[in-house]
Write a protein that binds this ligand. Structure first.
Ligand code: ZN
Length: 341
């Protein structure tokens, strides 16, 4: 009960990449970089296990960015042809690469890292992949014409990748869809269908991570505009609950999402974010337990997996390690409390 896990990313050690940055430049190159990524993954596997994290991940130590880590290996994208695009419904304007032809996956993207990670932990192993809608919101389209069509094309590539990784021993795939709270109509029209395509034929568990983003300035400014209660999920949870995706990961720590909305996901396992990744303050175990306790008003304990709100990549390494320990201890406190009842 209350098996713990993390949303995905963890900070890179300072010898591997510049600390406390998204898109942090690597500090190694060539073979040294490949060995460095593996060493970093080993450190985080060990720390997760020591902290009592049940379902572990490699902390995304092998990729620079959660979307582009996958896209860099896909053909049909012109990385030189930059298009200015307001992403996440114009929350940030950035220069993004452009899809100029049919997208294809010439070879496995994450196979080597998945095999390496699998060889070094006996815990249940999660692997994160970007969701099709979020990919389409991070890249410009000069080929498909309809965003939904491009999403389906990427979903097919994700599916081929996931099937290959499942054969290597991955136990759970999580598709990261932070775009889900920016395009609620599209989620219902084609976003969930694209997820189904990405997860098609997998025998292992599947999850979707939705969130209001890291604690970076653009997100903090945007969150100011959302009012005191964030009810955007009300528009998508009914369809998500009907979906074939098994688990939903969402932020509950210091979140303005009313926890009563969890009641709309009554058939899903919920990864309850009990660690605030936008704060440098390390939660006490009691605080983590209290966030889980709040969620338990709306979800049976059998369906709760205590988790982080989002990835911890931009945090200082010590803070992230502290938060992992707090998560493990807080979940243990809550488990004891439930057993005592
Ligand atoms: Zn997130």
């Amino acid at each position: 009960m209350l098996e713990t896990t993390i949303a995905g990313s963890l900070p890179k050690p300072e010898w591997l990449a510049e600390p406390e940055k998204l898109w942090a430049p690597w500090r190694l190159s060539g073979d040294a970089l490949e060995r460095g990524k593996q060493d970093a993954a080993l450190i985080w596997l060990k720390l997760q296990e020591d902290c009592g994290i049940d379902v572990v991940s490699n902390g995304e130590q092998f990729r620079q960015h959660f979307v582009h880590g996958f896209l860099q290996h896909i053909d049909g994208i012109d990385w030189e042809k930059k298009t200015k695009m307001g992403i996440r419904d114009n929350r940030y304007v950035v220069d993004v690469p452009t899809v100029t032809g049919p997208v294809t996956r010439p070879k496995s993207v994450h196979g080597a890292e998945a095999a390496f990670t699998r060889a070094h932990t006996r815990h249940e192993l999660k692997f994160t992949l970007p969701g099709p809608m979020t990919i389409c919101d991070t890249i410009a389209d000069a080929h498909y014409g309809r965003r939904a069509d491009m999403a389906m094309a990427f979903a097919e590539l994700l599916n081929a990748e996931a099937r290959e990784l499942e054969a290597l021993g991955i136990d759970l795939f999580q598709f990261d869809e932070p775009a889900f709270n920016a395009f609620m109509d599209d989620v219902n029209d084609w976003g969930i269908e694209a997820l189904h395509k990405a997860a098609e034929g997998l025998n292992c568990a599947t999850a979707v991570h939705i969130c209001y983003g890291y604690g970076i300035k653009e997100n903090i400014d945007w969150k100011q505009t959302l009012g005191s209660e964030w009810r955007q999920y009300e528009a998508i949870f009914p369809a998500l609950n009907e979906s074939r995706i098994d688990q939903v990961s969402l932020e509950c720590a210091n979140s303005k999402v009313p926890l009563s909305l969890l009641g709309l996901l009554k058939d899903k396992v919920l990864m309850v974010g009990a660690i605030d990744v936008a704060s440098l303050e390390v939660e006490t175990p009691e605080k983590v337990a209290s966030t889980i306790r709040d969620a338990l008003q709306f979800v049976d304990a059998e369906r709760v997996r205590p988790c982080t709100n989002c990835g911890m990549a931009p945090l200082p390494r010590d803070v992230a390690a502290g938060k992992l320990a707090a998560l493990g201890k807080g979940a243990a406190l809550m488990r004891d409390e439930l057993k005592g009842k």
